[in-house]
Design a protein around this ligand. Structure first.
Ligand code: SF4
Ligand code: SF4
Length: 554
């Protein structure tokens, strides 16, 4: 594994115009900037074609016989299947509005990380083989031949895009670069060229129901272990419900919350909340993954993995699904579920059994995000919280790309944080809400071998955290995405050391006052709580107003 450069070495690059045009600048595979290649067995498990041994660092990628026809036929198929693909190939006017909006461009200075150029990698081939002008005029109209070097370039740069869609917010035509990247990855998959960090979790999820391949008994024993900690903290014995037919609600979390810190603390927060409410819910040890690495592979793969949540809801006979703090699970549920696996007519429109709120926004998907559910509880004063238990934390909030841009979940997390914490500060406006900056590790890039890429891509977000640390003393980065909880600890350690990474429901769990509970002395990390709540300063009061004031459905 490549050694991670020091901060000043990493930032020692320029945005100068390169000497050669992008078409004539060869791709250099730099260690630390790419993920390892797929092992054939993980493609075979899910029936994906042309699995073979290869490495991005090799000169010869052992492409299958007829590889060029495979790709061009695949491109033609995609154009027939997805009107958006053809549209995105044709309508870009190269205005450049997106050019400097990508965190990978901001963190590398590499022109091929400008969204407009990243799309041109694919468009140039589309023009050459599928447009008359491209066939006749070639490079004059931005067309080029499909060669092995082009395939390598696609792999390098389509796995340097986190499909975060920030660039799309600024595009006057609404061109969705994440869709283009996904199509590029689909074409590479036809040649057996994925990354192991994505293909492995896809195979695990297909076989075992979650990305790391946790067996049902492992999931249950992990959770029992967490419940023992909760008993030490609160004095309450909590007995989660597993695979229970006839429960009202199926609760699905990203599997990272089941086994890896700091996600496990978020999970403990969910469990405390449900215990206090007496909620009629069940977890499934089979549909044990809300995340979906299939989406980082190909549309059909994502559709296959998404189906399990709904199949399990049907098997257990629940009324609706409550989902945990995950990012891309929600993009898929909100933007793709209906046409992939829907409509979920066998389920009911979700109604909170505690407040009676009917979640009309989930009338079709029948799936409610836990922050929608909890914000509604707080709005109706159905739970008692003591925000002073979080007084040792000065919190900022990272809008996960998928929940903010793909489902507009902007106010609910802020509303909750403002209720359960006394010290909350927003990062600069151009880095939050729809314009949020990516963690730099989404879409399956959170591997270990590409750490330089992750630190570069995450730099703009980390820089905004550093800003609020210096200005307000922020020491905690709250979020509602499992990939954020997995990737931010390394990013913070590198750029903003000392910053804790926390799911919003960890903050809720800390603050939640349970019926009959004595004074709590430990937080969910088993660390001492502050003895006396510190009074909020005047400066804090003025900085917390953004999330105040209700939501569409409450
Ligand atoms: S989707 Fe995100 S990572 Fe991809 S090009 Fe756009 S801004 Fe960059
Ligand atoms: S902003 Fe849209 S139209 Fe302009 S260059 Fe970028 S993708 Fe093309």
């Amino acid at each position: 594994m490549a050694k991670l450069p020091k901060q000043d070495e990493l930032l020692d690059f320029s945005f100068d115009v390169p000497k050669t045009g992008w078409m004539h600048t060869p791709t250099e595979f730099k260690e630390g900037m790419y993920c390892y290649g797929t092992k054939p067995k993980n493609l075979e498990v899910v029936g994906m074609p042309n699995g073979h041994d290869w490495s991005p660092a090799d000169e010869d990628w052992h492409l299958p016989e007829g590889w060029k026809d495979i790709v061009l036929n695949g491109m033609e198929d995609l154009m027939k299947k997805y009107r958006s693909f053809k549209l995105y190939m044709d309508v870009c006017v190269r205005c450049g509005a997106c050019a400097d909006k990508c965190h990978f461009y901001q963190g590398t200075g590499d022109p091929k990380n400008m969204p407009v150029v990243r799309a041109e990698l694919l468009r140039s081939v589309y023009r050459r083989y599928f447009t008359t002008s491209g066939k006749l005029l070639g490079e004059l109209v931005g067309a080029r031949d499909l060669t092995e070097d082009v395939i390598k370039e696609w792999h390098y740069y389509f796995y340097q895009c986190t499909e975060c869609r920030r660039c799309s917010v600024f595009c006057p035509y609404g061109i969705d670069q994440a869709e283009i990247t996904l199509m590029g990855r689909e074409l590479l998959n036809l040649l057996g060229l994925n990354t192991e960090w994505i293909a492995g979790p896809v195979a695990n999820c297909y076989m075992k129901g979650n990305h790391v391949g946790l067996e049902p008994q492992t999931i249950m024993s992990n959770i029992e272990f967490l419940m023992e900690d909760l008993q030490d903290i609160t004095g309450k014995a909590i007995n989660p419900s597993f695979n229970r037919k006839g429960a009202e609600i199926l609760f699905v979390v990203p599997s990272g919350d089941l086994y890896a810190e700091p996600g496990t603390y978020t999970f403990m927060g969910y469990m405390l909340l449900f215990e206090q409410l007496g909620l009629d819910y069940t977890l499934s040890t089979y549909a044990s993954e809300g995340g979906n690495f299939g989406f980082f592979t190909a549309n059909d793969m994502a559709k296959r993995l998404n189906a399990k949540m709904y199949a399990e809801a049907k098997r257990l006979g629940v009324k609706w699904i409550l989902g945990g703090e995950c990012g891309h699970m929600w993009r898929l549920v909100n933007q793709y579920m209906d046409t992939w696996n829907g409509p979920a007519d066998f389920l009911e429109v979700p109604v909170s059994p505690i407040t009676g709120t009917r979640f009309e926004n989930a009338a079709s998907t029948k799936m409610v995000h836990i922050t929608e559910f909890t914000a509604d509880l707080l709005y109706h004063d159905k739970i008692k919280v003591d925000p002073s238990r979080n007084d040792h934390l000065v919190v900022t909030y990272h809008d996960s790309c998928n929940t903010s841009r793909a489902m507009g979940l902007l106010e609910e997390p802020r509303y909750i944080i403002n209720k359960v914490c006394n010290h909350f500060h927003e990062m600069p406006e151009e880095t939050i809400r729809e314009k949020t900056l990516c963690c730099g590790s989404g879409s399956g890039l959170n591997a270990g071998e590409n750490m330089e890429l992750r630190m570069r891509g995450g730099f703009p977000r980390a820089n905004a955290v550093r800003h609020v640390r210096d200005k307000y003393g922020v020491n905690t980065l709250a979020n509602i995405c499992a990939l954020d909880r997995a990737s931010f600890p390394a990013l913070m350690d590198y750029w903003v050391p000392g910053t804790k990474v926390m799911g919003v429901h960890e903050l809720v769990g800390n603050a939640l006052v349970l019926d009959g509970e004595g004074e709590r002395t430990l937080d969910l990390r088993l660390e001492e709580l502050p003895k006396k709540p510190a009074p909020a300063s005047a400066g804090d009061a003025g900085a917390t107003s953004d999330g105040e004031g209700g939501t569409d459905h409450v």
